[in-house]
Design a protein around this ligand. Sequence first.
Ligand SMILES: Cc1cc2nc3c(=O)[nH]c(=O)nc-3n(C[C@H](O)[C@H](O)[C@H](O)COP(=O)(O)OP(=O)(O)OC[C@H]3O[C@@H](n4cnc5c(N)ncnc54)[C@H](O)[C@@H]3O)c2cc1C
Length: 653
Amino acid sequence: MTESTDTDAAADFHTVGDEVRDRKAPSGPIQERWDTRKFEAKLVNPANKRKLSVIVVGTGLAGASAAATLGEAGYQVKSFCYQDSPRRAHSIAAQGGINAAKNYRNDGDSTYRLFYDTIKGGDFRSRESNSYRLAQVSANIIDQCVAQGVPFAREYSGLLDNRSFGGVQVSRTFYARGQTGQQLLIGAYQALERQISEGTVEMNTRHEMLDLIIIGGRARGVVVRNMVTGEIETHMAHAVVLASGGYGNVYYLSTNAMGCNVTATWRAHRKGAYFANPCYTQIHPTCIPVSGDYQSKLTLMSESLRNDGRIWVPKAKGDDRPAGEIPEDERDYYLERRYPAFGNLVPRDIASRAAKTACDEGYGVGPGGLGVYLDFADAIERLGRDQVEAKYGNLFDMYAQITGENPYESPMRIYPAIHYTMGGLWVDYDLQSNVSGLFVTGEANFSDQGANRLGASALMQALADGYFVLPNTIGDYLATGGFDVVDENHPEAVAARDAVTERIQKLLAIQGERTVDSFHKELGHIMWEYCGMERTEGGLMKAISLIRELKEEFWKNVKVTGVNEDLNQTLERAGRVADFFELGELMCIDALVRTESAGGHFRAESQTEDGEAMRNDDEFAHVSAWEFNGDQPVLHKEPLEFEYIEMKQRSYK
Ligand SMILES: Cc1cc2nc3c(=O)[nH]c(=O)nc-3n(C[C@H](O)[C@H](O)[C@H](O)COP(=O)(O)OP(=O)(O)OC[C@H]3O[C@@H](n4cnc5c(N)ncnc54)[C@H](O)[C@@H]3O)c2cc1C
């Protein structure tokens, strides 16, 4: 049942439906919940596993780990990705590290502390049960990856090394220089390849999922396009797992790989899966600033650099002397000044906003004043250039190649950029969406990270989901049985395939005058301007109407060249951008409805006297799970309850 709400500016844009609840997390002591759930979950016996099939869309850390583990468990797995190799999933780009509560440094770390940091870091907008489980499982991930041969950095003694990331006061981040994602993905990929050669996993590269097939209320298959031949294929299974990554590219410019998109989860959303907290996006404080109009990609400078790099701006507005000529007492190390307890290692949302404030007030450096310094002079003096090079060499090289400047000699210039999305498909404790048999893992689900993810926690979540959580919980669903025998000729499967074909033909038939990229760029600009680092009621309302106008123009005036029956990247992008329009609209509506600030969602109207995000726990301590309903999405609230950690104003001072 739905009812209309007319109490706020967002009333015209949505209705409110029934509450949604996670019914899978057991009650009882938080330390025991995951064990209890695993014990209570029904099991599938090994002989029956061979008769059950699972589709896994995505081969990043979340998908490759899940497909490999399910294959090893004995299920028949079909794995899909749109790249030419599973190894090219965007996870490969992750640089800085992966968290785990191993307490190798004996610095007071524990499962409970990682849990606490995650809940506080996420600004009290994640579930306690999920965040605790994530912290619990984190230690297993490191053991698993070491056993696979992932070459984590080691100290001289041979023990695994750690460094610190933002929002914490311990060293719990495991890393492989600035290529942690690459090394972890090669580990997961090897495990996947092994299952492919064993015959338990069928790999389908260059296949893009374009629709979900639901039969009798259960997810039973996907429609995919073979991106080389254009053939539209139907694949059926007993359950579907989406591990298709995040949607940061709705902003056009982001640190994500160019191909990252929302289509898999958005198509599932259109088929009934709730999309949760879409407005929670993460803006990373240390990226190479935009340098011109021609750019289609932004480059991250890993947060690990904030271990040793110091962030500053000149104390005088508009000071354009080279950094080296600005004396110490004329520099403002603003993070160290404003947040003495955490200094340069405050969480990303706080560091990003502080950089924006410095630049908005006229203290920024470099072209357009849109940059702050990240300076290694002290670290080089303290540790020596060799040590700095050993720790961060590849990141320094990357910076030098892109900017033509030598970061060993003058400070890097950095500025915040879109990086990660905390929102995604709503899932319960079992990682199952509200659609039976549809599971969602990694960045694609609305994660355990709340309104702001702490650095090095995305890799942790992707691998926790894929290696440890899903393989335990999906069995409970598959063991329920009662699956009708269905094949690709089932009317629902045929209807889904026909709808995909029709949409492709529609895109090709428009033959308008504007390129797909020009639409994407304009959409990204609207999103960054009005639903980026700072959001206001007026700005969001304007964004919704601008997006609606642009979407209408897109469907009349886009030019998609080429044909379906061939490799056609313009066609691929057109479908993705069409979905980004609808997602962008929902993000703005979600941001409009949430009149509080929380983590990465900063409503200018809701801030403390000193400019920090001000939550409104009385009205907004809930997950916003959206049901697709055209222009009038339906909001289902899931109340968040905090039994272990007291909700209070975050402070990193
Ligand atoms: C530059 C950068 C650096 C980062 N560094 C870190 C770090 O140091 N530590 C950390 O914890 N996190 C980091 N992150 C975040 C982290 O990398 C991601 O959150 C994580 O890797 C996401 O993994 P995933 O498996 O969920 O998705 P991805 O790795 O994005 O994989 C998505 C998969 O889904 C497939 N797919 C998507 N849509 C479809 C479709 N429609 N049909 C078929 N296949 C589809 C793709 O082909 C791909 O295989 C970083 C992010 C960026 C951008």
